[in-house]
Design a protein. Structure first.
Length: 94
């Protein structure tokens, strides 16, 4: 398993990623923007799950597989969205 901090070992190559996103439930536009991105990156995102957490938070989990640079681009686009509280990911060589 490769964490966020071991990326240099995988500068080129295919990986499988889990991407965990926490957002505020009251920011419905964040959910909509996440789904637009999910479809924009349909070539790498194989699935996602949406859960409602306590105290008004939502959890979105994405499973992606593809070239490392494309997955990192997707993660960067998620991090740039307003209303996103936290983004964490784990990578495994494919």
């Amino acid at each position: 398993m490769i964490s966020e901090y071991d990326l240099k070992r995988l500068e080129r190559g295919r990986v499988i990623a889990t991407i965990t996103v926490i957002s505020r439930h009251e920011r419905h536009d964040a959910d909509e923007r996440l789904m637009r991105l999910r479809h924009e990156y349909d070539d790498i995102v194989s699935g996602n799950m949406h859960l409602h957490l306590r105290k008004g938070y939502c959890l979105e989990i994405f499973i992606a597989e593809g070239e490392l640079n494309r997955i990192m681009e997707f993660i960067g686009r998620i991090r740039a969205l307003r209303g996103i509280q936290q983004v964490k990911y784990t990578l495994v060589p494919a």
